[in-house]
Write a protein that binds this ligand. Structure first.
Ligand code: XUL
Ligand code: CO
Length: 434
């Protein structure tokens, strides 16, 4: 045991009237929602990188936090970090966590050293997981921080960077597999470009397509049963990223024959950066059969960059879960808090409070979403709006041709009358639940 979290003990559900800042007011893991435990719906995960590896820097200043595992450049410090991480998972009773290779191991001076460090820490994490109930939701490789990746990983003009990246992903897939991970994520942080003046886009896309095919081939080779997920984001750090949004990613997957193998990890903040709502991204992925998992961290709406804050907007979260529940839930995916503290939030208690608040907002949103589904008001309105499509006439039309439709419009003098979309009525309806 470290003493990092002092006397903070396991967070409990105390109900909506509780004024205890470190209690759940809505998240009751065992409460049944639509026939399933809340914990099994939400499948919360703590993100290792923001909670334990990020030191509080921003583009204008460096480290603000002080942690017993800094500087993060030795195996001994990586183990202290892991000890504290598992203490936090226990305090939150978190069902899952996620990591990048660089979050859990110190950086080596060669690929071989990186690999040795990774293997040593994976063994350490495996031991910790045996004594803990927290499982691995997903693992991933950080192919964007080190300067070797400044021009991309699989889209780098230098084939040696492609090779280094492929070898790194293999080692991270092995680590994820060994730790029983349920998904493997690829976020293309620098898979994009700064200027088209020096970028052969067509070659870069082909190389990225081949890379992802190799990932899928390797998954099958080692018998990894997890989902392979790509995470859309339109820009930052690159000026333009190839995985712009859900629709762009799906087009990419189709072009490279991967649409039945790879799904999407959607992030609220990335949706906002792409000029969408989170619901839009979720509904798009569902329409393509490509929803995999979510990163439930929001952006600040004024600042226009990726602020990775804990969620705090119940209506937005409720509508996200509404679509997810209607699609049958998160399945192998989960709700990952890819969220970081503000850099002035220095204390261990801030880390706990951020997660407690985020989990509670998600629980509120989930309950509101389930109540809307059980009430059926949105579903009824939707069915009524599209009811014309259930008629024999509409079905015949769809198996006909432009000619046959033309003849029918002329013969029956079809003259459609506009009907209200009832948006305000529906918004008022949602407000009853959130
Ligand atoms: C970056 C981001 C990443 C991915 C994993 O914006 O969201 O943390 O989730 O690489
Ligand atoms: Co993310």
């Amino acid at each position: 045991m470290t003493d990092f979290f002092g006397d903070i003990s396991r967070i409990k559900y105390e109900g909506a009237s509780s004024t205890n800042p470190l209690a759940f007011r809505h998240y009751d893991a065992n409460e049944m929602i639509m026939g399933k435990r809340m914990e099994d719906h939400l499948r919360f995960a703590v993100a290792y990188w923001h909670s334990f590896a990020w030191e509080g820097s921003d583009p204008f200043g460096g480290q603000t936090f002080e942690r017993p595992w800094y500087p993060q450049n030795t195996m001994a410090s990586a183990k202290v970090k892991a000890d504290v991480a598992f203490e936090m998972f226990d305090i939150l009773d978190a069902p899952f966590f996620c990591f990048h290779d660089v979050d859990i191991r110190p950086e080596g001076s060669s690929f071989a050293e990186n690999l040795a460090n990774l293997e040593e820490i994976v063994d350490y994490l495996a031991e910790k997981m045996e004594a803990s109930r927290t499982k691995l939701l997903w693992g991933t490789a950080n192919l964007f921080s080190h300067r070797r990746f400044m021009s991309g990983a699989s889209t780098n003009p230098d084939p040696e960077v492609f090779a280094f990246s492929a070898a790194t992903v293999k080692s991270c897939m092995d680590a994820t597999h060994k730790l029983g991970g349920q998904n493997y994520v690829l976020w293309g942080g620098r898979e994009g470009y700064e200027t088209l003046l020096n970028t052969d886009m067509s070659r870069e896309l082909d190389n990225m397509g081949r890379f992802l095919n190799m990932v899928v081939e390797y998954k099958h080779k080692i018998g990894f049963k997890g989902q392979i997920l790509v995470e859309p984001k339109p820009q930052e750090p690159s000026k333009h990223q190839y995985d712009f949004d859900a629709a762009t990613c799906y087009g990419f997957l189709q072009k490279y024959g991967l649409e039945n193998e790879v799904k999407l990890n959607l992030e609220q903040g990335h949706a906002i950066l792409a000029g969408h709502s989170f619901e839009h991204e979720i509904a798009t992925a569902i329409a393509m059969g490509a929803l995999g998992s979510i990163d439930m961290n929001r952006n600040d709406y004024q600042s226009g960059w990726d602020t990775d804050q804990f969620p705090n907007n119940t209506p937005e979260v409720a509508l996200a879960y509404y679509h997810i529940l209607k699609d049958g839930g998160l399945k192998q995916g989960g709700t990952n808090f890819d969220s970081k503290l503000r850099r002035q939030s220095l204390d261990p208690v801030d880390l706990i409070a951020g997660h407690v608040g985020g989990m509670d907002i998600c629980a509120r949103g989930l309950k509101a979403a389930a109540a809307m589904i059980e009430d059926g008001g949105l579903e009824d309105a939707m069915n009524a709006r599209y009811s014309g499509w259930d008629t024999d006439g509409a079905k015949d039309m769809m198996s006909g041709s432009l000619d046959s439709i033309f003849n029918k419009v002329v013969a029956d003098n079809i003259n459609p009358q506009p009907r209200s979309g009832r948006q305000e009525v529906l918004e008022n309806y949602v407000n009853r639940f959130v």
